[in-house]
Ligand binder design. Sequence first.
Ligand SMILES: [Zn+2]
Length: 220
Amino acid sequence: MSHVESKLEPSRAVHDEIIESGKGWTHLVQRGQILRIVDLEGNQAVDTLFYDAHDPSERYSAVDTVREQGNIYLTTGTRILSTEGNVLCTIVADTCGRHDTLGGACAAESNQVRYAIEKSYMHSCRDSFLLTLACCTRDMSKRDITANINFFMNVPVTSDGKLTFEDGISGPGRYVELVAERDLRVLISNCPQLNNPCNGYDPTPIRVLVWEADALPLDG
Ligand SMILES: [Zn+2]
């Protein structure tokens, strides 16, 4: 795990917004800008996808990101790679220390299989992704939803290779910060899941902030 704090001041952010649990969000982040996602109350799961803003068919690739860094968890220094092998963004600060990209997004289907048939009608990240793309973009749809990142979510792999959803390792106020290496569309579902321990069975709000590239204070 790699804990690195940021020197950016929230008062200098050009965008600052609270996203309630169960809500989707999309935003264009320009090359050089810095995006921070804050787990306000702790143990939240923030399902996230990144796309090239000018060509959304080039998008986050979990498999390329994991293979190139030789590690299944994401943290400071992780280069978030695209389906074309380009760097979309880089994690430059992280006070949680580990983020999942294997567990995927909750959906009506997985809610039924994992929990109970009657859970299929509960809110899910997949629905939030689809609703957000439908309302906020012109040219993106179901085909653009692929394997995502789960910021702050704890999905350890056991010694015999199993994935387990565990109680979170994040806490109130922990954050992850990324610098955009190209113009990005960011798509977030602040997970509404009520059926697993990754968020303590209690989904909570997050805060997203964006700074210009020159917002870092000068050293000294
Ligand atoms: Zn979810």
